[in-house]
Design a protein around this ligand. Sequence first.
Ligand code: PHE
Length: 341
Amino acid sequence: MKEKLNSIRQSALEQINQRDTDNAKLEEIRVKYLGKKGELTAVLRGMGQLAPEERPVIGQTANEVREDIEKAIAEKKQSLAAAALELKLKDEKLDVTVPGKKSKIGHIHPLTLVQRELEDVFIGMGFSIAEGPEVEYDYYNFQALNIPENHPARDTQDTFYITDDKILLRSQTSSVQARVMEKQKPPIRIISPGRVYRSDAMDATHSPLFHQMEGLAVDEGITMGDLKGMLETFAKTEFGEDTKIRFRPHHFPFTEPSAEVDISCFMCGGKGCRLCKGEGWIEILGAGMVHPNVLSMCGIDPEKYSGFAFGMGLERIAMLKYHIDDIRMFYENDVRFIEQF
Ligand code: PHE
C-alpha cells in the first residue's frame, strides 16, 4: 500500500513538473489523482481492507501524498502565471532609445505667413482684428462706403451677385469698415484681413478670389500725418529700415483725400530694377481719410471725429516679398511651391 502511494506521488509530481504542463493539463492531473474517481481517492477507499494497526500509518501517508500533490500543483500554477506575466512584459517593452517616427508637418501657406506678419505689425501699433462676412450686403460693400447705386466706381469692382442686387460676394474688405463703425464708437483701431472676390479673368496678376487687409482708425483729431507715420512704420517693419514711402493723389469714393501709396523698391533701393520696372517705387496699397459721408452714414459725427483707412492686397505683398511672378501659384497647392516657405 505504501509503495502504491509513493508511486502515485512520484508519477503525479513528475507530470506536474514537466516543462510543457500548462493550466489545462494541471487540471487534468488534479482530476486524475485527487478527483472523486482519482487514483489517490481509490486507495483511500480501499483502507477498509487494511489491518487496523496499518490504517493510521497509511492514512497519514495518503494525506501527505495529497498535500504534496496539491502543493506541487499550486506552485506550478504560480510559476505559469509568473512566466505569462514576464512574457507579456517583454512583449510590451518600450525601447525609449529607438528613434521616433517623424510625422510630416505641413508648411504655412505664404499668404497665411504674410497675413500673420502684417497682423503682428499692426497689433503692435494698437490695432485689433475685426472680421466680416464674405457674402455681403450691397449696402456694406458699396452704399455705406459712399458708392450709391449706378455710381461709376462700381464698374471697377464688378463682383459676383448672389441675389439680383442686394447680396454679393464682397469685392473689398472695406465693407468691414462700415460694419465696425456702425457697432463701435470711437476710438476705433482695427485691421481686417480676408477674402474678396471680383469677376476678373484669371491671369498672372489677376484672380477672381484674392485677399486684402483693411485698416481703420477713427478718433478725435486724427490727421493724414497719423496715416503717413503709421504706414511708414509698417513699411519699414515689413520691407526693411531703409524703406521710404510716397503718397500719390488718387480717388476712392470712401476716402477724401485719397492716395495710392508706394514704397521705395527694396531690391534696388530706388535706383530702378526689374522688380520695380525701372521706377524705383512699388505701389502697395490704397489709403485716405475716411469720407465724412461714410462717417455720418455709420452714425459717427464727422464734425467731432476723423479717421484714416487703408487697404492692401495680401497676394501683392507676398509676391513682392518672395519674388513670386504668377498669382496662380498661391491657389494651385503644388507642394513644390508651398514647401519653399
Ligand atoms: N478698398 C480699396 C480697394 O479695394 C482699397 C482702400 C481701402 C482704399 C481703404 C482706401 C481706403 O481698392
